[in-house]
Each structure stands twice: as structure tokens, then as C-alpha cells.
Design a protein around this ligand. Structure first.
Ligand code: SAH
Length: 366
């Protein structure tokens, strides 16, 4: 049995410096290694010629840059690409690249499945099967970048809006953010790295202590009664507490930065003018913009998408109330890559998934 090697994709600059100091006595070797890997795309220690031969040998024996295996690649008519990658334990998660007028946004997963079970999200239906490591998160970005480099482009924005709740996999997600923003690695600006949360309040306070990446909140309802039914986590952290945390977080960002409130519009559920009125009142003293996402269907979801007029009416109301309100275009739904459609594969099926599949089958028979 060989001992386990360090996967350097999982080490932020500080950790890699510590490893180099220990192995070679010189922390700055980390900078050389990172430049080779992230700037030159060279993952072969033997080719890192400004390191001593002895140290290269040590690295070859004890370290590696290991990527998760891609098991499926799907390309949408609209240019969106979805990869399924194998992660520890034999499960697979999905990552989605969304090219849009010069911007290349990558939507990464942070967990296998999700614990939260929001009623309108298909990821929740498969239950929870574990956390991703930092290396598995960074690996997703590397894979997308490889694709883009062929056209002379790179990932410009990363959003933690794939599978899982990033603030419930705190340390690995934070380390991944650090690597994404590090000039010696991906060098993506903090404005273009976005953590999205269903409302893990302690996680928001903790995040504020360590970083100032952009933050998105999956709100979806303007009052607790409704939000309790859509986002069960709301029973633990109700809206008032969530918005306190939001004000705290945004207070730590530069004056001109804002949070994003995500609001998935579901027909007859949260899409009326009265909901818009409540939402506008609720958010009055939170520095934020609003992102409306018309519901993306999946089998046996029990929800549907409002018509275009209803969506427009909601948007117009919010705009007139002074909120920058974007309508998120549906991308990649022909390859089930749209928000809330990511499912991946779990190695050990959970009970929640079994219940869900039974419901889908029952609906097909009916
Ligand atoms: N757990 C995190 C990260 C997931 S982000 C969070 O909740 O923010 C995925 C985004 O897509 C969230 O805003 C989520 O609420 C939204 N979403 C989930 N299912 C959806 C669906 N079927 N249609 C549209 N948006 C959906």
C-alpha cells in the first residue's frame, strides 16, 4: 500500500507554502509550483525546471494534481455545457458552464446531493451523500477551463449554485474561494465569485469573518409562512434573522457592492403582485438586487412556471420600487442543466431518493 498523496488542487497558497517549507525548507517554492500549474497549465512536477531535482523527486512521490474523472459531457443548443464528474465514494456531481456574451460563468457543486430538501429543487430529492473536497471543487473549474482554453478563453465567474449547500461544507468551499481568487491561481475577482445559500445564518456570519466574496440568498418567499413550506431551513432560521445576517455581510463589503436575492417564481405560489409588494417592503433596508428565476420543471415536482406576463408584472413592480431586478434566462434546459435540475448520481441511494422515484413512477403510471 502506498500512502496517500497530497492533491495539490486542494491546497490554498498558505497550505502549499507550509508543505513546501516542510519538504524543501522554502515556502516560496509554493509560488513557483502554483505558477506552473495555474499559469502554464503544467501539472507534471518533472517539467517544473526551476525546482531542484531532489524536490521534484519528492513531489513526484508525495504529491499530485489529481482531477475528478469526467463521466459524461452534454452540450446544449445554446452553448451551455454540463459535465458529470466522479467524486469520492463513487458518486457523481454536475457542473455547468454558461457562456454569455463574453462572460463564462461556471456553476459548481459543493456537495453530493443536499440536506436541505427545498420542495422545488430536484437536487434535494436525491438526499444527501457527502461533502466535496476543495480539490473536487477546484477540479470542476479546471475541467471547464481546459475546454475554454481551446478557444482562447477562461472561466470568468464562478457561482456556488450547483448541487449542495455551500455554507454546510464551509472549510472546503472557503478554501476553494481562496484558490479561485488567488492571483497565483485563477485570479478571479471577489465580485465574480459568488456563494449562494438557502439561508444558513451562522454560515453567513462565519463567511464574513474570512472573506468578502459575493453572496446570493435563495429567498423565494416574502413571508415566513410561505418560506417555511418552500425552504424547510426557514423554520430554523426565519426571514428576520436571515436579513439581519445579510445586512451584516453586506456591511462588510465595499459601499458599491450588493447582495443578490434569488427568487424562483412558481405559478400560483409566490408570483402574485401581493407577493411582489411584500417583497419590496421586506427588502427595503437591505442593499441588494433581485434575481428572478422562472421555475425550471423536473419530473413530479408539483410546481410549474408562471406565464411570461406574470413574470414581467413581478419584475416591473420590483423595478418601479427601485430594485435592480434581473430575469435569469433559462439556459441549458435541453440537457437538464438549468437551476434546480441538477441531480448527478449517488452511489448509495438514500431513502429520500427512493421515495421520490416511487412518486415519479406513480405519476407515469397514472
Ligand atoms: N443551496 C444553495 C445553492 C443552490 S443554488 C442555495 O440554495 O442557494 C441553486 C439556485 O437555483 C437556488 O437559488 C435555488 O433555489 C434555485 N432553484 C432550485 N430549484 C429550482 C428550480 N426547479 N427552478 C428554478 N430555480 C431553482
Amino acid at each position: 500500500m502506498t500512502e496517500e498523496r497530497y492533491n495539490l488542487f486542494g491546497l490554498n497558497r498558505e497550505r502549499l507554502e507550509a508543505l513546501c517549507a516542510e519538504a524543501d525548507g522554502k515556502p516560496y517554492r509554493a509560488h513557483q509550483i502554483m505558477k506552473w500549474a495555474y499559469h502554464q497549465g503544467c501539472l507534471d512536477f518533472d517539467a517544473m525546471t526551476n525546482l531542484s531535482k531532489t524536490f521534484r523527486g519528492w513531489l513526484a512521490e508525495h504529491a499530485e494534481y489529481a482531477l475528478p474523472e469526467v463521466i459524461d459531457t452534454r452540450r446544449s443548443r445554446d452553448g451551455t455545457i454540463k459535465w458529470a464528474v466522479r467524486v469520492a465514494g463513487g458518486s457523481a456531481v454536475e457542473t455547468v458552464l454558461i457562456p454569455d456574451r463574453g462572460r463564462n460563468t461556471l456553476c459548481v457543486s459543493s456537495q453530493v446531493g443536499c440536506m436541505l430538501d427545498c420542495t422545488f429543487c430536484s437536487t434535494g430529492k436525491q438526499g444527501f451523500n457527502g461533502n466535496l473536497t476543495t480539490a473536487e471543487i477546484i477540479g470542476q473549474v479546471w475541467i471547464a477551463n481546459e475546454e475554454l482554453q481551446r478557444r482562447g478563453e477562461a472561466v470568468t465567474n464562478v457561482v456556488f449554485m450547483g448541487m449542495g449547500e455551500p455554507l454546510l461544507n464551509f472549510e472546503p468551499v472557503l478554501d476553494a474561494c481562496r484558490i479561485l481568487m488567488d492571483d497565483l491561481a485563477f485570479g478571479i475577482s471577489k465580485r465574480r465569485v459568488t456563494v449562494s445559500t438557502a439561508g444558513v445564518v451562522p454560515g453567513i456570519y462565519e463567511l464574513a469573518k474570512h472573506t468578502d466574496v459575493s453572496l446570493a440568498i435563495s429567498l423565494h418567499a416574502p413571508n415566513d409562512e410561505l418560506r417555511n413550506t418552500l425552504v424547510p431551513l426557514n423554520r430554523k432560521y426565519p426571514i428576520a434573522e436571515l436579513l439581519d445576517a445579510c445586512r451584516h455581510y453586506v456591511g462588510g463589503l465595499g459601499e458599491r457592492r450588493t447582495l443578490t436575492m434569488e427568487y424562483t417564481l412558481m405559478k400560483g405560489v409566490n408570483d402574485s403582485l401581493e407577493h411582489a409588494r411584500q417583497l419590496a417592503r421586506l427588502l427595503r433596508d437591505v442593499r441588494c438586487k433581485v434575481n428572478l428565476i422562472p421555475f425550471n420543471p423536473f419530473p413530479a415536482s408539483g410546481f410549474s412556471r408562471p406565464d411570461a406576463v406574470t413574470v414581467k408584472r413581478f419584475q416591473t413592480y420590483m423595478m418601479n420600487e427601485g430594485y435592480a431586478t434581473m430575469l435569469r434566462a433559462t439556459r441549458g434546459d435541453d440537457i437538464s442543466a438549468a437551476c434546480g435540475q441538477l441531480v448527478g448520481q449517488v452511489a448509495d441511494r438514500t431513502r429520500r431518493q427512493a421515495r421520490y422515484l416511487a412518486r415519479v413512477r406513480a405519476e407515469e403510471v397514472a
